[in-house]
Design a protein. Structure first.
Lengths: 631, 253
């Protein structure tokens, strides 16, 4: 026993790290399987980044256009990800999303309705039919609140039945996990500290679900909150698992540009889904010039056709403003670089000419509010100024598609943004909220089955593991250095933004790696002052390590991929190359640096190949791949 | 366009604390939270402040600015005079944890006391049909970002710790109203419970909660008053009272 280390000890069957959509959905499922579950929130319960999702959750319910179905959703998802997606994840996602949405209604969610009283669905980039279940432009809030309230409902039921609301399901708010613990190969729990008291906490559990979200805070301009520091990505790396496809980072095309303090805050894609158009400083709708070859036959060629689409979607093609996000972000980037941007370095997004003021306020209430209060812009009368912002990481923990089990670490699971594979090289808008629900649930099932199967021997946590976790947690206090964590974070964000951003090349990526290495050395000199309790400087010192691991993983994977695809654009290799399609990059942590190795992705099975036209597949797959399948 | 501003920030913990003056740069377009972050980065690295989205969507950065409950991320610096000292303190109705961070666990305990959505047993997932106009009333309340500013400002508990046990507060009155107005909720006695168990009667409709709501939810007019009116109807109308006894309904509709 470590007599000199003070910590509180908890014992659960499943510990879920992260209380956004994926974490809460996993917890609900694991509890329903009869297990004792801990939910760990980095912030207060109900504040996770899911709350900021605006547009909606994609699910082929076919409520608005009954031509929709899972095959179409699957097809759109693969196209959006430029066929790099793990096809099995994309298939499960497309098939199960409708059930996950309908289930939320039984827990109290109130989505916007169609005229016949069903869940309304809106258009979004890359989705062939109106597909996004939504609540105005605050869908994420509805999702997280619904699941938060579902957790409360389950606790109330437990209180009634067992006399203790927290007997099976306990929420730990404002607690940060810094270490995954292992007993040999297997997960035995995790370790961290409560921010409120600064006290250290040990969780003993045979299964841990990572649901920690994204990495946006590694970049300067981002839509992500302070929580998005890649904690789960880093925990998985250090526990010996691997990250897949980390070069693919989504820059959402429309973040706020002005004033500087709100730069990066998201402007929902629904603005474009509901008719908003993008123009440059010359007043031109420039997106018509940026329709890539692979999408030529799916998008309108001119404004007249694009405008007709809003009225008649069956006989017209979609406006190019609704291309997948990577295409739109690159187009905006090019316009600004060519000197056709707004004075503050963005482009214009205007919905005021398409919809009456009342309708804008009804459909986009939080956008109206956000621009009015933070930028003095009335979007019912004026255009918004927008530019790309780091929004989402497609890469993440390599998982088994069906069970969400993490690569090579028995007992570790991952779901939501922290997991990789589902979205390939680029995620479609609306596919994140549905991803959280589908794979959150699957992680809950996967963890529960794992715990059942291994119930005869519980892994144990050794004193050595506790000492290791304790020492690591307290390093920022025990060091002798004098580096300021805020200044280092700033430097890190500049390196990633400038050298690992939307457009990359070998020279800049190599420079980034050198600079990241120097920041890592200096980060080892970060000294925290004060105590552990609610000390943001100390906390940032811990987050900084995670962001460094993630940034290095992104930079190394990006350097290795010598082509452009989705959320990875190289100006020294500007074309997408079918010979790269079957390569995924695995990032592993050697103890001193990230090592990237190539991993071969599987070919689509024949029943899924049939969902596509052969002409389209030829754009993505090599002849050899297609021939092998007998086509 | 940067200028120096003077802040007075409360620093301390549950045991003791005091206001500390600090001078810091503020740039065009910034909000109070930006300036607090600059203080953290340059002068007080361990200054505790709670925040998440910085876009008015998560309700984490609730503090009191010059004594008024506000979201620090939605309070523009240009709303203050150049020479004005801006005082930032933690939410007064709740115990302080450290600096600007208050212990809001009261609200999570109250959330546990509100009976949850009771789904219709005869409808399977996917079979729910509701008209937009019918869900809109509840949707207004579901805009709530749980910043708890309404709870903080409510004079029933702001300076009356003793009332906390029997009073759920405006946040949970709109939660009850939301469920009460949900077209498919099957629990019939929500308003009565609000009155009898959650302290609805203690509210004397001063509308302070509505005034501070960053989501502009009409807490008083659309939730509290309609519930109070209906409770009064039922309580004092002998025919309704008799009806409810005869039909042996759990409560009121």
């Amino acid at each position: 026993m470590n007599n000199d280390i003070k910590f509180s000890r908890y014992n659960f069957d499943v510990v879920v790290i992260g209380a956004g959509g994926a974490g809460l959905r996993a917890a609900v499922e694991a509890r329903q399987a009869g297990l004792r579950v801990a939910i760990i929130c980095k912030s207060l319960f109900g504040k996770a980044h899911t709350v900021m999702a605006e547009g909606g959750a994609a699910a082929a319910m076919g409520n608005v256009n009954d031509n929709d179905g899972w095959e179409v959703h699957f097809r759109d998802t693969m196209r959006g990800g430029k066929f790099l997606n793990n096809w099995r994840m994309a298939e499960l996602h497309a098939k199960e999303s409708p059930d996950r949405i309908w289930e939320l209604e039984t827990w109290g969610a109130l989505f916007d309705r169609t005229k016949d009283g069903r869940i309304s669905q809106r258009n979004f980039g890359g989705h062939e039919y109106p597909r996004l279940a939504h609540v105005g432009d605050r869908t994420g809030l509805e999702l997280i609140r619904t699941m938060q309230q579902k957790i409360v409902a389950m606790q109330q039921a437990d209180a009634k039945e067992h006399g203790d609301a927290e007997k099976y399901l306990k929420v730990f708010a404002e607690l940060t996990v810094t270490e995954i613990l292992k007993d040999g190969e297997k997960v035995s729990g995790c370790y961290g500290y409560w921010r409120e008291s600064g006290d250290e906490v040990l969780f003993e559990a045979p299964a841990v679900v990572l649901a920690t979200g994204g990495i946006g805070k590694s970049f300067k301009i981002t839509s992500n909150s302070w929580e998005g520091t890649g904690d789960g990505h880093a925990l998985a790396l250090r526990a010996g698992s691997a990250l897949v496809d980390m070069e693919f980072v989504q820059f959402h095309p429309t973040g706020m540009v002005w004033p500087p303090s709100v730069r990066g805050i998201l402007v929902t894609e629904s603005v474009r889904g509901d008719g908003g158009v993008l123009t440059n400083s010359e007043g031109k709708r420039f997106m018509f010039n940026y329709i890539p070859e692979v999408f030529k036959d799916k998008y309108a060629e001119n404004e007249a056709e694009a405008d007709r689409w809003y009225e008649d979607q069956n006989n017209n093609r979609r406006p190019p403003e609704l291309l997948p996000r990577d295409e739109v972000a690159r187009a905006i980037n090019s316009e600004v670089k060519a000197g056709r941007g707004s004075p503050r370095g963005g482009v214009y997004l205007d919905v005021s000419k398409r919809l009456p003021a009342d309708e804008i306020k009804r459909r986009l209430p939080s956008m109206w509010h956000q621009f009015k209060e933070l930028a003095d812009v009335d979007i019912t009368e004026q255009p918004m100024e927008v530019g790309p912002t780091c929004h989402y990481v497609m890469g993440g923990v390599k998982v088994d598609p069906d069970t969400a089990a993490a690569y090579e670490v028995p007992g570790l699971f991952a779901a939501g943004e922290v997991a990789g594979g589902m979205h390939g090289s680029n995620r479609l808008g609306g596919n994140s909220l549905s991803d959280l629900l589908v794979f959150g649930r699957r992680a809950g099932v996967g963890a529960a089955e794992y715990v059942r199967k291994h119930s005869s021997i519980r892994p144990s946590v050794s004193d050595k593991e506790i000492a290791r976790a304790h020492n690591h947690l307290n390093e920022p206090f025990t060091r002798n250095g004098s580096e300021n964590p805020y200044a280092l974070h700033d430097e890190l964000q500049n390196v990633t933004q400038d050298l690992v951003g939307i457009i990359r090349n070998e020279r800049e990526l190599s420079t980034a790696l050198v600079r990241l290495d120097s920041i890592r050395n200096r980060a080892a000199q970060v000294k925290a002052s004060g105590g552990r309790a609610f000390n943001p400087g100390f906390h940032l010192a811990l987050d900084l390590e995670n962001m460094l691991l993630v940034s290095e993983s992104i930079a190394r994977s990006a350097l290795a991929r010598k082509e452009s695809r989705g959320g990875h654009t190289r100006d020294d290799f500007p074309k997408m190359d079918p010979n790269w399609r079957h390569t995924n990059h695995l990032s592993k942590w050697s103890g001193s640096q990230i090592e990237v190795e190539a991993d071969k992705s599987e070919m689509l099975p024949s029943e899924l190949i049939e969902v596509f036209e052969m002409d389209e597949l030829k754009k993505y797959y090599t002849e050899a791949e297609l021939a092998k399948d007998g086509n | 366009m940067s200028r120096k501003v003077n802040l007075r920030i409360w620093r301390g913990d549950a045991k003791e604390g005091k206001l500390e003056d600090v001078s810091v740069e503020a740039n065009e377009g910034e909000v109070v939270l930006d300036v607090i972050h600059r203080v953290q980065g340059t002068q007080m690295p361990d200054l505790a402040v709670r925040w998440n989205c910085k876009a008015g969507k998560c309700g984490s950065c609730s503090v009191e600015i010059n004594g008024k409950p506000r979201l620090a991320c939605m309070t523009r610096m240009n709303t203050f005079a150049d020479d004005e000292t801006i005082t930032v303190t933690p939410l007064r109705a709740f115990p302080v944890i450290r600096d600007l961070v208050a212990d809001v666990s009261f609200n999570y305990r109250k959330a546990m006391e509100v009976p949850s959505f009771a789904p219709p047993e005869d409808l399977k997932p996917g079979e729910y049909r509701m008209a937009q106009v019918d869900v809109e009333r509840s949707q207004e309340f579901r805009k709530c970002i749980e910043c708890f500013l309404c709870q903080d400002t409510c004079h029933v508990i702001r300076d009356h710790e003793e009332n906390k046990r029997s009073f759920a507060g405006p946040r949970f009155f709109i939660r009850i109203a939301e469920l009460d107005m949900h077209p498919l909720d099957r629990l019939r006695n929500r308003k009565q419970k609000a009155q009898e168990e959650h302290g609805l009667g203690m509210c004397n409709i001063t509308k302070c909660c509505t005034e501070v709501c960053p989501e502009h939810i009409q807490i008083t007019d659309n939730a509290i008053i309609p519930m109070k009116e209906r409770v009064v109807d039922v309580k004092y109308d002998p025919i309704q009272w008799l009806g409810s006894r005869i039909r042996k309904r759990e409560g009121i509709s």
